[in-house]
Write a protein that binds this ligand. Sequence first.
Ligand SMILES: Nc1nc2c(ncn2[C@@H]2O[C@H](COP(=O)(O)OP(=O)(O)OP(=O)(O)O)[C@@H](O)[C@H]2O)c(=O)[nH]1
Length: 212
Amino acid sequence: MNDIKLAVLGSEGVGKSALIVRFLTRRFIGEYASSSECIYRKRMSFDGKQMNLELYDPCSQPCEGQFSLNEQMHWAEGFVVVYDISDRSSFITAQAIVHLIRELHLGVTKRDADSVVFLVGNKQDLCHVREVSREEGQRLAAEFKCQFYELSAAEHYQEVALMFSKVVRNTSLNGKAKDRRRPSGSKSMAKLINNVFGKRRKSVTREKRGKV
Ligand SMILES: Nc1nc2c(ncn2[C@@H]2O[C@H](COP(=O)(O)OP(=O)(O)OP(=O)(O)O)[C@@H](O)[C@H]2O)c(=O)[nH]1
């Protein structure tokens, strides 16, 4: 059976948990615990194949045993980078994350330049207070070879499900259902990431169980 590991990244409050919960349960519940990171696990059937899907939802607040961004990037085989279309600063963060993913995989492993990255502009229902145009999202996605979606976890179950299904399918096709070895240059990249995000690097001590 294939294992697919996806990380949903983005700044605080962009709707990462809302998107994951919407995909896994079809529900939008409005408020989500954000005091701990977790990995949601689900067994699913895609294209007639059984898969164990793991979705990593980071915690925006510092918490015990937290994955560093560097570790998130090595753990995951596919990425969903989320911003809030009504919050420009979240778009700038998304841009930095996408850039780091590409740089990490190009510069360190020299073999994963085409890892699956989806850029998602969430909260499309808030388009009356939009700060990031659809074109800007599309341009960023094209620049970094990402798939682009604009949607609303609050209002669009079908689009959310379609988006995650495509990430899973593309990741699977990308031949990622295998263990990933930690590349030797990861330390220097950790430094770069920490410089950009100002986070302390901690080792992974445990994986918390999912919220659903
Ligand atoms: N209007 C609107 N609100 C949304 C949408 N998605 C999420 N929200 C709201 O945005 C807030 C943050 O959502 P979360 O899913 O907790 O965001 P997060 O990125 O996981 O946040 P952290 O865990 O703090 O990093 C909540 O109040 C959600 O109800 C959406 O599509 N539209």
